[in-house]
Design a protein. Structure first.
Lengths: 639, 451
């Protein structure tokens, strides 16, 4: 623990560089304010932007790393006296209290429900009449039409005539299936290990763990192995927090996590082989973004739909969420995370450990297969990665002595707690902090549609503050329109404009509130494309930019640009203008060789342009993000 | 995936009366020498659906169908056959087997559907929107395409088909209005509330209901229980659900509206985050009411899946459709038949015997053990098993079933000749249906008659 702390007192560029490697020891976008020695620079150094001198943002006093280390868990609440006595929930003590209270009694209702459903199934099954063609009508006919009995005329495994109920037949079928997969599973593990060894030899010591991880990931796909999964968990999981931390795992922890490079032909082939969705890759890809997955939009959905019944191993709830990701029915970091967790909750509720397997291992494998399905549908967001990491650590922590129903109930309440504390409660705390920054007469600008910002605006309106909102929107998603509709309905006075007019509208704005998909540990805000533009214009006008982001979206990765990690959207959506069929200059663009369309989903806002990050641990300057990541992002504090 | 599949195989349909009989119920009518039911079952098997309930009208028909399935699908599918009395209608059939349905959703497929649309597409659309019912619709087939000479067939197609009027929202995901052919004569009435909520409605007359529905089971059972009068899924249940979608009278268990009352604050917030994240459908907007904080009105969703034009999707519900399907399955939609076509684009069973100078054109099929004399010519026709055909016979655009004997010099155009029929020499048939049971035909018949 101590060693880790000392190594991570500040950003360690040696470990963190992901995209472009430079020999400079410092991240280049920090040269403005920070002293050259990274060790000496206090983590809570005053923010660099000159806009801060004008802004009413509270800047915490600088602190020395030596004494801050011990006090840091409480520092946010110390540094920022809560605006009202009710905000004491931010302090650490209360959080942990809530935690223990919620976790200790596994709700009995869940167990009862589980049992009840099984009883019901048996009842239904037993009402099936036996075989033979002459079947007396069943006892309870729902209407005047006599109920008809079923006659089993064709059976899969058993000879006809023996009465076979649907349910029991399924149970029978499932058993041999399991055995078969376990064989394939073992082979997959073996191959992965062999390939990992070979790759490590070939590439030398430079990136041994990366390839191992990648191979393990591809092995996991076919039928994931419980052990491998642990290490290859998620996009975001570059380090583990289980109790047994071997040397090997430590080494893995130090390298940047492997991100799939989609310009690597062989790996893409491998990925395609295991992929459920079988995407067709787009042809006209922008050179700079070839490492990102880009598929022909519109081809994935029908394929996934037609495979509805083939995906037996998938829980229906997970399938539904994947379908909704793919079709764009659900978007937004919080919503996607909640939807995923709720689907996992349902999957865990219906889960039963197969014989001769332990719950923690088998369930982890199951969750991993769900996750890889979801990745096929749409790349995971950082928030989802963190949530999956949390869930897996919770599964790993389940003592083996716990009965299955108790373990499931525990996990159910764990997920519930994560949603409540990390998302909903966090949003409430953020709202309470942020409302103090809104004064009468303010003109607030927001971009896109962020759930946290929306709550802030609504709460401030409920408090009776007099302010105006400028909603800046952009093509092609027009997410701001939905926000606008909801705010106008609540009676807020709003202005709606597109991002083209940002420099004009910025004259009258006094504060900018932005949401974020993720905040990285160099303070970079990773958010909907266009956010960086808004933040930079605001910076130019000396207007404070407040980013609202729950702490579970923080990530220790460092990213300097929006190229190395991003997501590509449907290029057709920017080539077509809805409602204007006459603008068809780009029709058939994919036929021409020398035209590529780029529809980026995210961008990275450098921390220089961010005055303040409002999170559930308080209001912090972007330079303090590593502290939050270090102190709260660890496994022990996810609880 | 928590789906149960019900195949409504029907009984002895009146519309197909010369073709179907006690021995050959509708489900066993041969299409390219395979029962039509096998097309549905195969399509389902292809989608990895192993458990089926096949509902047959009438005990005799059930025996036939059950016997055939158990012979053909033993060790492949787990099929249960339920017998319902005749003339209960599709809704009545489901009512009769309602107590066997336990899964969350039910997929109801008509047994006479010849299609290569994956059923998963319908069910996935159903799940994606949490719909109460999802109907698959397809474009109305162009019938009577037979260009080779039979103008009579074209007259037949002109009789009023069952036109549907289908209204959808602009995104083509929700069903707003559906009217079947019988109602077409009257004015079409469209709910003003629906029109106001949606804002824009696409009305199509070139689409038809393909009789593949995904239902929410509890809703289906509730509707069937409450509305005793409902006879048909297509004409009663589906229009009822579509009509009442904005003032829902059904209790959907697990619907967000019902949940919200008893949930605590945190769940409400997460529900709101989820709801805000997605573009609300008009149902949700309407349910929210004018000021839009808490849902005030109960709605349910009726979704639609439109089969793309590249897919084949036709129902065998008339004699004309029977001929069309037979022609298409060995013609343009030949991937459905499951046979390997020869280089001449036809299928001739190796045991079939052809006389000298006999030509079998493309898009033809000759069953096993059939014999043909000299100088015959077969075009765009299906000939069944163990038929004996004399010399100088012309068969064009026709379906000849099994064990048929045709004398020398016959000419058969656009006709269906059922099993075991015997045609004497020099018979000319045009657009006829010849019944089975050893009927001997001496005369030349022109059009639209059956024996």
């Amino acid at each position: 623990m101590d060693s880790r702390r000392s190594s991570r007192a500040v950003i360690d560029p040696k470990v963190r560089q992901v995209g472009f490697f430079t020999s400079a020891p410092l991240p280049p976008d920090r040269t403005q304010s920070d002293p050259p020695d990274p060790i000496r620079s206090p983590p809570l150094a005053d923010a660099s932007s000159p806009g801060n001198s004008l802004s009413p943002v509270m800047i915490p006093p600088p602190r020395h790393p030596s004494d801050s280390l011990l006090r840091l868990p409480h520092s946010p609440s110390d540094a920022f006296p809560p605006p009202s006595p009710t905000t004491t929930t931010t302090s650490l003590g209360d959080f942990s209290d809530d935690v223990t209270a919620a976790s200790s009694p596994p709700p009995a209702a869940a167990r009862v429900r589980g049992r009840g459903s099984s009883v019901k199934q048996q009842g239904a099954a037993s009402s099936f009449p036996g075989g033979g063609f002459e079947v007396p009508p069943s006892v309870k006919a729902p209407s005047s039409v006599p109920a008809s009995g079923l006659t089993t005329v064709s059976v899969v495994k058993l000879p006809p005539g023996i009465s076979v109920e649907v349910q029991s037949d399924r149970a029978l079928n499932s058993k041999p299936l399991k055995e078969k997969t376990s064989k394939a599973e073992r082979r997959a593990i073996q191959e992965a290990q062999r390939a990992a060894k070979a790759a490590a030899k070939a590439e030398g010591i430079k990136t041994p763990a990366v390839t191992a991880l990648a191979n393990a990931k591809s092995a996991k796909s076919t039928k994931p192995s419980p052990q491998r999964n642990d290490s290859a968990v998620v996009v975001a999981a570059s380090e583990k927090k289980g109790g047994d931390r071997s040397v090997e795992k430590d080494r893995k922890k130090d390298v940047p996590h492997p991100r799939m490079q989609y310009d690597d032909k062989s790996r893409v082939q491998k990925l395609k082989k295991r992929s459920v969705v079988k995407p067709t890759e787009a042809r006209n890809r922008v050179e700079l973004f070839r490492h990102l997955p880009q598929y022909e939009h519109g081809t994935q959905l029908p394929v996934l739909q037609s495979k509805f019944f083939q995906l037996d191993t998938l829980h229906p709830a997970v399938y539904k969420v994947g379908l909704q990701y793919l079709s764009g029915d659900i978007c937004g970091g919080n919503a996607r995370c909640i939807a995923m967790l709720q689907a996992f909750q349902e999957a865990i509720r219906d889960y039963s450990t197969p014989p001769a397997k332990t719950l923690s291992r088998d369930l982890t494998a199951k969750i991993s297969s769900y996750v890889s399905f979801l990745i096929d549908c749409r790349p995971l967001s950082v928030s989802m990665g963190n949530a999956i990491r949390f869930l897996k650590s919770q599964i790993a922590k389940i003592p083996i002595s716990l009965s299955e129903s108790e373990a499931k109930a525990t996990l159910h309440s764990d997920i519930e707690r994560f949603i409540n504390e990390k998302i909903i409660l966090a949003d409430r705390v953020i709202v309470k902090h942020a409302v103090t920054k809104i004064r009468d007469g303010d003109v607030l600008l927001t971009y896109g549609s962020s759930s946290a910002v929306e709550m802030i605006l609504q709460h401030a309106h409920e408090l009776g503050k007099q302010f105006r909102v400028v909603i800046v929107d952009s093509r092609p998603k027009h997410e701001g329109k939905l926000l606008l509709r909801r705010l106008v309905r609540k009676g807020l006075s709003c202005t709606y404009t597109h991002i083209n007019a940002i420099s004009y509208i910025m004259h009258e704005v006094t504060r900018v509130f932005l949401g974020a998909s993720s905040v990285l540990s160099n303070g970079t805000v990773y958010s909907r494309v266009g956010t960086a533009c808004v933040a930079m214009v605001a910076y130019g006008f000396h207007i404070p930019v407040l980013v609202c982001c729950e702490a579970y979206k923080f990530h220790e990765r460092v990213q300097l640009d929006s190229i190395c990690s991003n997501e590509l959207g449907d290029p057709d959506s920017i080539s077509k203008v809805p409602g204007r069929e006459d603008i068809n200059h780009l029709d058939g663009w994919d036929k021409s060789e020398n035209l590529q369309l780029l529809n980026l989903i995210y961008d990275a806002t450098p921390s220089d342009y961010v005055s303040l990050i409002i999170t559930d641990y308080g209001m912090i300057p972007p330079t303090s993000v590593p502290v939050i990541v270090r102190e709260y992002g660890r496994g022990q504090l996810w609880i | 995936m928590d789906f149960q599949v019900v195949v409504l195989a029907g009984g002895t349909s009146k519309k197909l009366v010369p073709l179907v009989s006690k021995e050959v119920p509708k489900a066993l009518l041969p299409v390219a020498n395979r029962p039509v039911l096998s097309y549905v079952l195969e399509q389902l098997e292809l989608s990895n659906i192993k458990d089926l309930i096949v509902v047959v009208e009438g005990a005799d028909a059930a025996l036939c169908v059950g016997g055939w399935i158990s012979a053909a699908y033993v060790d492949r599918l787990h099929v249960e056959v339920a017998t319902v009395p005749e003339d209960v209608g599709t809704a009545g059939a489901l009512r009769a087997i309602a107590h066997h349905l336990t899964a969350k959703d039910v997929l109801v497929v008509s047994g006479d559907l010849v299609s290569d649309v994956p059923p998963g597409a319908v069910t996935a659309a159903h799940r994606r929107h949490d719909a109460v019912v999802t109907a698959m619709i397809c474009s109305v087939p162009v019938s009577g395409l037979s260009e080779a000479g039979s103008s009579g067939a074209k007259d037949k197609t002109k009789k009023p088909g069952r036109y549907n009027i289908i209204g959808m929202d602009p995104t083509k995901q929700f069903l707003l209005h559906i009217a079947t052919g019988a109602e077409l004569e009257k004015d079409t009435r469209i709910r003003k509330s629906i029109l106001r909520a949606v804002g824009q409605m696409d009305i199509r007359a070139d689409l038809m209901d393909a009789h593949m529905y995904a239902f929410n089971r509890s809703v289906l059972q509730e509707v069937l229980d409450q509305k005793d009068k409902f006879q048909s899924l297509k004409q009663d249940v589906l229009p009822y659900l579509v009509r009442s979608q904005l003032k829902s009278e059904i209790l959907i268990n697990g619907a967000p509206q019902g949940q919200q009352a008893k949930e605590n604050g945190n769940d409400k917030v997460s529900y709101r985050i989820l709801a805000n994240a997605s573009t609300p459908s008009f149902h949700e907007l309407y349910a929210l009411g004018p000021n839009g904080s808490a849902p005030v009105r109960r709605t349910h969703k009726c979704c639609v899946y439109i089969a793309s034009n590249s897919k084949y999707c036709v129902r065998l519900n008339s004699i004309q459709a029977f001929m069309d399907i037979n022609r298409d399955v060995i013609g343009e939609a030949n991937h459905l038949s499951g046979y390997n076509f020869s280089a001449q684009n036809n299928i001739i069973h190796p045991s079939a015997e052809l006389g000298s100078k006999t030509t079998v054109g493309p898009h033809c099929m000759l069953g096993e053990g059939s014999q043909m004399g000299d100088k015959c010519s077969v075009k765009r026709s299906v000939i069944g098993r163990h038929c004996r055909i004399g010399s100088n016979v012309k068969v064009v655009n026709s379906v000849v079933m099994n064990h048929v004997t045709i004398g020398d010099g016959c000419s058969i155009q656009g006709s269906v000749i059922c099993s075991n029929a015997q045609l004497q020499e020099r018979v000319a048939l045009k657009d006829c249906q010849v019944l089975s049971l050893s009927t001997s035909v001496f005369l030349s018949l022109s059009s639209n008659e059956y024996l």
